[in-house]
Design a protein around this ligand. Structure first.
Ligand code: C2E
Ligand code: CA
Ligand code: CA
Length: 683
């Protein structure tokens, strides 16, 4: 770990090197010191022994006096390190000896082997760690004796070395410490820029800020490294900036694409796709946590009218304003979406309680019924709201949405400008309706429909016409009454194919009926509101009648007063055209709808059909009797024919005929019957 950094490694190597060098110098100095010491001691000993041997010459030339020899040897007393001194005669017999003060107690052998001594060379030399001086007393040719001085050299040498070390070592260690400290300091200084670079690199790593720069003054290598690094950082910074801009542009494009894919171009609200995807996720979440979700479906009542009468631009602006205004009534977290056309969906946030829910719905209903100011027009619409809860659809997406749609449809049926909360019981009813609506097209292809005819008679009880009435028998549904399937066909936009089928069937049957009954017979066909609004029906009727050579005077169209009046302009256009062809028009179920009779003069009519409910109550209810009488009177004044339907009793017949009714229809004469029976039928 310690040697992982360059700094520590180089510092350690340098320290070891310095220590080795210092140690070597110290060793070398000690050796030199030893050498010098020996040389100086050797010189001294040589001089001393030389002097003493010269001085011993006169003493040994004569009979040596012990005392004089001892005095001579006592000269050695001054030298601490002399182990001993011995004076020998010329035959190496010991004459006198001296023990050094420091060695008197030691077992120094001062009587060396004579033989060995004889072999020793003369002079001063080192032997067994001692400095030995063996000198000849007298002349070589006339030797008088020998002087041996043994000087201890190891003891003083080590003492001297010791002294030397004592003086030198502290200084050396101090110097070493200082040098190493300086070394570390220099190293620190040298490596500081590298540490700063490393800190910078770490900072960049954590902050991702590539605009950071470093300014290092120091050795050339480090300076150029820092400059290179700065340059590199600058390049990275530029590249990052470019990348950032590129990514931002990409993100923006992606957002735009997402907006296009997920948001409605007109109102800016989430579109169907986005909403359904969000709803799918929310439903999955809610299902897991067993919490409820609330969906609100609404569309504008009469939006089509705004589009038709004020133009698409106004219609578009209305949708924008509606979406803005609706958002004011919603809470934060509610998600609103435009499904298309004038349909909106809102996913309410946080399962509001029933009170809050109806409050939100009513705020929307009321708020949107306030007029909108668009291009100096005061545009007024109303809204029908349907509400569904996720529990009721068992968290199934399409069922959830269709429940809300269904509740909205209920609001429309209930007179619009209101809200309805879906309850599962509504569905049972709806399932049959759906089945019926979905079976109609198939029923036509499968030839499941039959056209029945109910006779209309004159006061003389002669058949003057028939009303064509549709019958449907389906494998699963059984016999379905037109009173049930015609309104469903109207709502699901399928009534026109039925009408076309009825008209074609009638044309096919017509020749036979006319032939067998009466050439002047008139057959009535029921039309619904959708038929009147259709642009294609006029041309269809014309080409059909041409194809089957039908005299239009033999045909009557029956239309209810509500269907006529709700589409007044279109109905008038259509019936003007029909009248021109020679087709007559009857107002069906008269008396049940509009109370004002003033409009009657404006309609292109030939006949009024008194509704069955008045006929039923004739002679029972005074009011019904009076109304029937009045209707007949009024029709006469307007020059309209009168037909009474649902005549079941002879009394009813008598009363109606007495009061001037032109035609009568009902079970009293016949129920609706199939073609085969029509051809055989006789009153
Ligand atoms: P609607 O036009 O008012 O037809 C008269 C209805 O009263 C017929 O019912 C007829 O069978 C019934 N009716 C006639 N006389 C009597 C009577 O004396 N007593 C009783 N109780 N009922 C009588 P239906 O055939 O069930 O038709 C019901 C409604 O379905 C019709 O009412 C008509 O609005 C519609 N409808 C029937 N066929 C067609 C069709 O081909 N096209 C269109 N658009 N509507 C049709
Ligand atoms: Ca009718
Ligand atoms: Ca009727």
């Amino acid at each position: 770990m310690f040697f992982k950094t360059i700094k520590n490694t180089t510092a350690s190597i340098a320290t070891i090197a310095i220590c080795i060098v210092s140690l070597s110098i110290l060793t070398f100095s000690l050796q030199e010191h030893e050498k010098l010491y020996f040389e100086s001691v050797k010189g001294d000993l040589d001089a001393l022994s030389e002097n003493m041997s010269s001085d011993l010459v006169p003493l040994l030339a004569f009979k040596p006096d012990e005392f004089e020899l001892t005095t001579m040897l006592l000269r050695l007393d001054r030298y601490d390190n002399v182990k001993f001194g011995v004076i020998y005669d010329k035959d190496f017999r010991q004459l006198q000896s001296y023990h050094g003060n420091s060695f008197s107690n030691s077992d120094v052998v001062i009587t060396p082997d004579l033989k060995l001594l004889e072999e020793e060379p003369l002079g001063v030399y080192v032997k067994n760690g001692d400095l030995v001086a063996l000198k000849l007393i007298g002349d070589k040719r006339l030797p008088l004796g020998y002087l041996l001085i043994v000087h201890d050299s190891s003891g003083p040498l080590s003492k001297s070395k010791h002294n030397l070390l004592k003086q030198v070592l502290p200084l050396t260690l101090l110097l070493l410490a200082v040098v190493i400290a300086v070394l570390f300091w220099i190293q620190g200084r040298l490596f500081l820029p590298l540490s700063r670079l490393s800190i910078l690199a770490q900072k960049i790593q954590t902050t991702h800020d590539y605009s950071l720069k470093i300014d290092i003054r120091g050795k050339q290598e480090v300076v150029s490294l820092s400059q290179d690094l700065n340059l590199m950082m600058q390049t990275i910074n530029q590249e990052t900036q470019k990348n950032k801009e590129y990514t931002e542009r990409l993100m923006e494009q992606q957002k735009k694409m997402e907006r296009l894919a997920n948001f409605d171009g007109l109102t800016g609200l989430p579109n169907r796709q986005f909403f359904m995807e969000t709803l799918r996720l929310e439903l999955a979440k809610a299902k897991r946590s067993k919490t409820n979700l609330v969906l609100m479906y609404f569309d504008l009542d009469g939006f089509k009218g705004v589009n038709d009468s004020l133009g698409h631009e106004t219609g578009d602006q209305l949708l924008i304003d509606v979406s803005k205004r609706t958002q004011k009534f919603l809470r934060e977290g509610d998600l609103i979406s435009r499904l298309g056309g004038d349909e909106f969906l809102v996913l309410l946030h946080n399962d509001p309680n029933d009170l809050l829910l109806s409050d939100i719905a009513e705020r929307i209903v009321k708020g949107l019924s306030e007029p909108f100011e668009i291009n100096s027009w005061q545009v007024q619409v109303s809204v029908s709201v349907g509400i569904a809860k996720a529990f009721d659809s068992n968290f199934n997406l399409s069922e959830f949405v269709s429940n809300a749609d269904f509740a909205m449809y209920r609001s429309k049926l209930a007179g619009r400008n209101t809200h309805t909360v879906f309850i599962p019981e509504m569905m049972e009813d709806n399932k049959r309706k759906l089945l019926i609506a979905n079976s109609i097209s198939h029923a036509i292809k499968n030839d499941e429909f039959t056209l029945f005819y109910q006779p209309k008679v004159s006061p003389e009880e002669k058949i003057v016409g028939y009303e064509a009435l549709l019958r449907w028998t389906n494998d699963t549904l059984g016999m379905v009454s037109p009173a049930e399937f015609i309104p469903i066909a109207e709502q699901s936009g399928k009534v026109q194919i039925i009408t076309k089928w009825v008209l074609e069937r009638l044309c096919k049957d017509f020749a036979k009926i006319k032939e067998s009954i009466d050439p002047n017979i008139v057959i009535s066909v029921n039309l619904s509101a959708q038929d009147i609004k259709s642009k294609s029906l006029t041309s269809f009727v014309k080409s059909l009648f041409t194809q089957y050579a039908i005299n239009p005077h033999s045909i009557e169209f029956e239309v209810t007063e509500s269907a006529y009046l709700e589409n007044f302009d279109m109905a008038n256009t259509f019936f003007t055209e029909m009248k021109k062809l020679g087709i007559s028009i009857a107002l069906d179920d008269f008396g049940t709808g509009y109370s004002s009779l003033g409009y009657l003069t404006q309609l292109h009519l030939n006949t009024l059909k008194i509704d069955k409910q008045f006929v039923d109550n004739l002679l029972i209810s005074e009011r019904s009797t009076l109304i029937t009488k009045t209707i007949i009177e009024m029709a006469k004044q307007l020059n309209l024919k009168i037909c009474a339907e649902g005549v079941e009793t002879r009394d009813q017949f008598d009363f109606l005929v007495e009061n001037g009714c032109h035609q009568l229809q009902g079970y009293l004469f016949s129920k609706p019957i199939c073609l085969e029976d029509v051809l055989k039928f006789k009153l």
